[in-house]
Write a protein that binds this ligand. Sequence first.
Ligand code: ZN
Length: 278
Amino acid sequence: MGSTRTQATPGRQPNTPRKPKKWLYPAAIEREYVRFVQAYASRVTDAVERFVVPALQLVRGDDLAQPPEGDRWYTALELAFKEALEAAVVSPESLRTVIALFGARVDVFNARQFHELLRAAYGVDVFRLEPMLGQMMRVWEAENLRLITSIPPQYLETLRGRVVAAVQRGETLKSLTAEVRSTYDLPKNRAELIARDQIGKLNGQLTGYRQRNVGVAEYKWRGVLDERERDEHVEREGETFKWNEPPPDGHPGHPIRCRCWAEPILPALDDLDGLIVH
Ligand SMILES: [Zn+2]
């Protein structure tokens, strides 16, 4: 105990690991996932433009600044929103396939980072079966499917409430149309938030699983240290956490849109679980 290796003998694997280098974030995959989820979200604003905007004409064709009489406007809106929803959704099977492909890419990226780090630290690689990986990926895929498919109905519900209230206030056709179009960023922004958050969560989860799986019990909190990082996370920089005792908001990558990472506190090579590959 306490002995420090001061010189590395070439060709000999150090039992005491070197300090791990930076663990890269799957930023390119995240950008592509943002584009994919935003493309899905744009289907709902296209459908609003196609079905809801023309229906406003029926509701306020008179363009008068007073509430309409009767209830025909309400029935017309109801139908338009129903048509918009039907036009916006796609089959869950095809969505799930693409989601699974993105998940698999994050997994491959994360595994590469993990093995590069082990090689850099020990001079050898360590492999161990990952029996929980399949189940983890299935949960991530199902959760992503749920979040992404919730974008159109959730947005249309919000929009419908706003349109009904605006008609009842007596808004003119012109201002109604402008109000509808002013909401087109909402599903796009939500898509971006979901995509970034989910890639970060998966990457963080995979990192934690891989480290624990080979017997790493603790990590040092590492942040990106830019102006977007939360103050609480900047304060944690370099602090040690146990994998079985997460901080209140979770391990790195778990809090919403957190890009921090867990630098493993590597034990001696002999204390790792797994197959050593030279
Ligand atoms: Zn963070």
